[in-house]
Design a protein around this ligand. Structure first.
Ligand SMILES: [Fe+2]
Ligand SMILES: [Fe+2]
Length: 171
């Protein structure tokens, strides 16, 4: 495992151990997401990109709450688990899954802070302009989510995070 990946792995476990070991997350490996990845692989990719963006901003003097970004990223799509049974169609899924993800997050972390909850509830921005982000961490996760989704749809794109997610699973 490359050093960069090792550090990201350490940060994800530090802030999101409860999520990574949850039943929802195990199920997320068995549910396909956009095109090539599972919900879990997509989630790990979004979390990895979020950590990198946090570190980039910190290097440039911007204070960010890395824990909120990591937890928000790791839980943003957990409301999608079981989507075929839970929602009537894709439109309903896209509208309701942020709220359902927030419910899962509150179950995993009963004292969930408002910032992390808002990251989850508002992660569809800017595809959906409302509700908009309320924090820098919310913008980070929303953009990481769109980057992860776009690269998953591009057949020629081979983002390193996909390979990294594979390494994570094998470990
Ligand atoms: Fe989502
Ligand atoms: Fe997502």
């Amino acid at each position: 495992m490359k050093e960069d990946a090792r550090e990201i792995y350490r940060v994800l476990v530090k802030h999101g151990k409860k999520v990574l070991y949850s039943e929802e997350f195990v199920r997320a490996f068995h549910q396909k997401h956009h095109y090539r990845t599972s919900v879990a692989e997509h989630t790990l990719q979004v979390a990895a990109i979020s950590v990198r963006l946090c570190r980039f901003l910190e290097r440039h003097g911007v204070a960010v709450d890395e824990r909120a970004a990591v937890r928000g990223a790791l839980m943003h799509d957990l409301g999608m688990i079981g989507r075929r049974e839970k929602y009537r169609n894709d439109l309903e899924c896209s509208q309701r899954h942020p709220g359902e993800s927030a419910k899962v997050a509150r179950r995993l972390y009963p004292d969930l802070d408002k910032k992390t909850e808002d990251i989850i509830l508002r992660h569809m921005w800017p595809v959906k302009l409302y509700p908009p982000p309320t924090s820098i961490e919310s913008i980070i996760v929303s953009l990481a989510d769109k980057w992860g989704s776009i690269t998953d749809l591009l057949p020629f794109a081979q983002p390193w995070e996909h390979r990294w997610a594979g390494t994570f699973v094998k470990d």
